[in-house]
Design a binder for this molecule. Structure first.
Ligand code: ADP
Ligand code: MG
Length: 349
């Protein structure tokens, strides 16, 4: 008697790994829009994303004959083989997001690449294509994801209040706008504008605007003048590790660690080891139970990092990691101490 069978609806189980909550959908679709080189990304959500998440971008679009395959598992235009994992230049590489989202929601997608005369619309229900037709549409892609987890009650049950879920979505968008200042991001929830972070290039041409560095401009748009005027820029480049960003003066320290942002190769990551290194370097400047506010962008050659640790791609491993962290501690220490010295000299002038 056979006891082992194929699991019916396994795609829903697999999807659960990638899509934990509405904010995971936003993150994946945002990454796709950024990979498509959009410079305008507008997100409209209803009921904290539980009823509807719509993302409209003005990126490269999807060719009509690629539309259906894009929703199958393990299909991507970004890499052709697993061997290319050590030369990644895109945020996406797993070819899983669209398939996962489609397995646990209802989707309508319209895409119009510039070289096509028309757009193409697909409707997908539980991963199955229900409708495929031509339509008029602006160049770019619009995806509507409705009724997330409608067929996955265990996950649906675990969604938190609208306040909490909206907080996660806002957080994703906020962080991405710090790393992509030349992109115009907008988030509308139940018809109310929650985030509007116009592209630096548009604002910069407006007369009377400061000639702010694009990254500083994004920080000021998101966190306001008080934060941006308490930031000290840092720069390091030895041809291998590049480190740029801003360290906050003690005046804008926080009561929790999570306000700070760390990007590796323009990808938002969480790394306890690096955040601890930064906290170590701050120790003489902060009171107990206060944490530094910083936005740090580390860039390393793509073959020195691995983002394929967890399906969410938020975890990163570095080549020769223990040595890397020793080097990084020295770099960060010098930058922070040097930064504060200059800052205090300036304050006392
Ligand atoms: P991945 O991003 O890992 O390649 P996805 O499942 O997220 O996998 O997307 C599958 C493919 O669909 C992408 O490789 C890309 O070619 C295409 N795609 C998805 N979203 C967009 C978009 N907004 N604009 C253009 N192409 C897209
Ligand atoms: Mg993707």
């Amino acid at each position: 008697m056979r006891k082992i069978h194929l699991i019916e609806g396994y795609s829903k189980i697999a999807a659960g790994e990638v899509i934990e909550r509405p904010a995971s959908v936003v993150k994946e679709l945002l990454e796709n829009a950024l990979d498509a080189e959009a410079d305008q990304i507008f997100i409209t959500i209803e009921n904290a994303g539980k009823n509807l998440i719509q993302i409209q971008d003005n990126g490269k679009g999807i060719n009509e004959d690629d539309m259906e395959i894009a929703f199958q598992s393990h299909t991507s235009s970004k890499i052709k083989s697993a061997d290319e994992l050590d030369n990644l230049h895109t945020l996406g590489f797993r070819g899983e997001a669209l398939a996962s989202i489609a397995a646990i929601s209802q989707i309508e997608i319209i895409s119009h690449p510039a070289h096509q005369d028309y757009g193409k619309k697909l409707e997908i229900f539980e991963g199955k294509i229900k409708n495929n037709e031509q339509c008029g549409a602006p160049v770019g892609t619009t995806i509507k994801v409705a009724n997330l987890f409608f067929n996955l009650p265990v996950r649906k049950k675990f969604m938190r209040s609208n306040r909490v879920e909206l907080g996660h979505i806002t957080d994703v968008l906020t962080r991405y706008s710090l790393a992509y200042p030349k992109v115009h991001f907008k988030l509308i929830h139940n018809s109310i504008v929650i985030i509007n972070s116009p592209a630096w290039s548009d604002q910069n041409n407006v007369e009377g605007k400061n000639n702010l560095d694009p990254y500083k401009y994004a920080i000021q748009t998101i966190y306001g003048k008080n934060v941006s005027s308490n930031l000290i820029p840092i720069h390091f480049n030895d041809g291998n590790i590049k480190l740029n960003g801003f360290i906050g003066s003690p005046e804008i320290s926080r009561s929790d660690k999570s306000a700070a942002s760390l990007f590796v190769n323009k990808r938002l990551v969480t790394n306890n080891k690096i955040s601890q290194l930064i906290i170590n370097s701050y120790k003489d400047y902060l009171m107990r139970n206060r944490f530094p506010f910083y936005i740090i962008y580390i860039d390393v050659p793509p073959n020195k990092v691995d983002f394929n640790i967890h399906p969410s791609k938020k975890t990163v491993k570095f080549e020769d990691e223990s040595k890397f962290f020793v080097d990084l501690q020295i770099i960060i220490n010098d930058l922070i101490i040097g930064g504060f010295k200059q800052y205090h000299t300036k304050m006392n002038e």
